[in-house]
Design a protein around this ligand. Structure first.
Ligand code: PBE
Length: 301
């Protein structure tokens, strides 16, 4: 008897739980006839507070008159943002995210950048290699390799995707180096090998920076350096190179995204120029939001 009662309750639960969870699911599928803001609580889903894309988004909310329209930027992390994006796309729900390229989010999900007619995020960005003053005389071999380091958005994406698939970043870097000997040789050609000199690189644990920092660190290890890489917040990354606590960083998204730090620390570092061209930063939405194509549409549609 007891067993039967339990079984009935169990069946009831099986029936009720999905109904409850369906009712409490945050928002419905995207409805192009309804105002977008009210469908997503006037929220842009963002990443960690220190990221340049976050301050640019705040500027955009002001510039496009969205702030006065109750729009807000939600702080989280890249992992939380992409997981929210993943769920939204599964249910065809509306969502606005902070997006950038190179990143696997553009490979994995059908999303598009919103046009930015006021040019708040800037057009294309480049990622520069920034080294401490005096590196050229202290460690000329490392300086030369860092100065020559450059690759393409597609190459960076390849490493990022691997890491996203669960490959250890150092291993993914080694595999990329093995697959691209000519390119790596063009960075190291004629550079004398060293024997265990130490070298420190700092970076922020964003997917793009994990990829680039691990690749260049591994190339420098192959040149004989004892390279340590240390993850930290973006501001300490710039400070570490400015004070000489670190030798270099390869994560300066310019002119806009890291522009403030570039200005703040100007004169206290050496900019070796782009290691990657054709990066892009902005707001992005799923492609099924066909009537939302510009940041201006967030206000009007
Ligand atoms: N990002 C990735 C960083 C730079 C690299 C776009 C998230 C940012 O500062 O916004």
């Amino acid at each position: 008897m007891k067993k039967q009662k339990f079984f009935k309750l169990f069946l009831l639960a099986l029936l009720i739980i999905p109904i409850i969870s369906a009712c409490s699911s945050q928002t419905a599928s995207y409805d192009s006839k309804e105002k977008l803001g009210s469908q997503i609580n006037y929220t842009v889903t963002g990443i960690d507070a220190g990221a340049g894309i976050m301050s640019s988004t705040q500027k955009a909310l002001k510039a496009y008159g969205l702030e006065s329209d109750n729009w807000q930027l939600q702080t989280s992390s890249t992992a939380a943002m992409t997981s929210t994006l993943d769920k939204a796309i599964q249910d065809k729900r509306p969502i606005v995210i902070t997006g950038w390229q190179p990143h696997w989010m553009f490979t994995k999900y059908p999303i598009k950048f919103l046009k930015d007619p006021k040019n708040v995020f800037g057009k294309a960005e480049h990622i520069d290699t920034v080294v401490r003053k005096g590196l050229k005389t202290d460690k000329p071999e490392a300086y030369t390799v860092l100065d020559r380091f450059h690759w393409t958005p597609a190459q960076m994406s390849e490493v990022m995707l691997k890491v996203n698939d669960g490959v250890d970043p150092e291993k993914a870097a080694k595999q990329w180096i093995k697959k691209n000997p000519k390119q790596v040789q063009s960075w190291t050609k004629g550079v004398k090998k060293v024997h265990g000199q130490s070298l420190k690189l700092t970076y922020v644990a964003w997917d793009s920076e994990i990829a680039s920092t691990n690749v260049i660190a591994q190339v420098l290890r192959n040149q004989g350096y004892k390279v340590t890489i240390q993850a930290m917040e973006i501001q300490p990354v710039w400070a570490s190179v400015a004070t000489g606590a670190a030798d270099a960083q390869v994560s300066a998204w310019l002119p806009k995204t890291s522009g403030l730090f570039y200005k703040d620390y100007k004169g206290k570092f050496e900019d070796l120029g782009p290691n990657l061209k054709g990066a892009k930063v902005g707001l992005a939405v799923p492609k099924y939001m066909t009537n939302i194509n510009s940041i201006e549409d967030l206000k009007n549609k």
